[in-house]
Write a protein that binds this ligand. Structure first.
Ligand code: SAH
Length: 259
């Protein structure tokens, strides 16, 4: 008879205070926390007495690591109060399916607490509504990477938000043009959304490659279409030029947004 329980908690995208109250309560009650690489270390204060175990991994090729994570969930979850802490929202590109199935198979009770996914955080923190009356009626959360490591892009919604595309922005630009997006369609790239060092920049589909240097090595979401359009005029005095970040960004369509 299993006496334990696993609560999947979405930690939000960066700053620890973006976690939900329910998520924080689950952490406070946890004996064991299995956490990912992308979660904020400050979250540890919410469960100072729990045993924290790093199970972070990245990419598709890590099926062994996924099996090991499933095994740990079952091991601890059978007798202890476990929080499985995931970056953003557990249901969005978070391998929730595999982990829930493993726990269901082992007959361990589970709960899922939602979190703020990176696309939503990027929209909020750059003040760009993801839906727009009349022009932005649909939003798609898309991973650019396929299991085979190819990059795919489509035009399936008025606003398309790409996850896991940060390393391949030049290819994404080309694939977006091939998929029928106009060259001048606005794109907003936000890396480390919600963190103190968040960077956001404006581009167009045809010039997205220029974002690569600015966001290199940082988790980023790429918002394309209606929801990427800036509400603040481009040449507003409040805009901080990309150069002030110490980066050699071309002026014009590519600019960093103060955050
Ligand atoms: N479950 C997460 C997504 C995990 S997949 C969520 O809901 O947000 C990992 C991808 O998420 C990264 O490659 C990046 O595209 C995006 N991501 C995660 N954290 C981010 C952040 N703070 N800022 C921008 N993008 C982020």
């Amino acid at each position: 008879m299993n006496t334990g329980r696993v609560v999947f908690v979405g930690a939000g995208p960066g700053a620890a205070d973006l976690i939900t109250v329910r998520g924080a309560r689950a952490l406070a009650a946890a004996e064991v926390v299995l956490f990912d690489a992308l979660t904020d270390p400050a979250l540890r204060d919410l469960a100072p007495n729990a045993k924290w175990i790093d199970v972070g991994k990245r990419g598709f090729c890590d099926s062994t690591a996924q099996t090991a994570i499933n095994a740990k969930l079952v091991k601890y979850g059978s007798s202890q109060q476990v929080v499985r802490l995931k970056g953003g929202d557990p249901s969005v590109f978070g391998r929730l399916e595999e982990e829930l199935l493993a726990l269901h198979e082992a007959k361990i009770a589970c709960e899922v607490v939602p979190g703020v996914t990176a696309a939503i955080a990027a929209a909020a923190l750059t003040q760009r509504p993801l839906t727009r009356r009349g022009t932005g009626r649909s939003v798609s959360l898309t991973t650019a990477m396929t299991r085979e490591g190819d990059l795919q892009a489509a035009r399936s919604a008025d606003t398309e938000v790409f996850y896991m595309a940060g390393r391949q922005l030049p290819v994404l630009s080309r694939k977006l043009l091939e998929a029928g997006w106009a060259a001048e369609t606005p794109i907003c790239v936000v890396s480390r959304a919600g963190c103190a060092d968040q960077i956001a920049s404006d581009h167009m589909v045809a010039s997205l490659a220029a974002a690569a240097l600015l966001h290199r090595g940082r988790p980023a979401v790429v918002t394309v279409g209606a929801g990427a359009k800036a509400l603040i005029p481009v040449h507003s005095a409040a805009q901080k030029p990309a150069k002030s970040l110490g980066l050699d960004m071309p002026h014009g369509s590519n600019r960093a947004i103060p955050v």
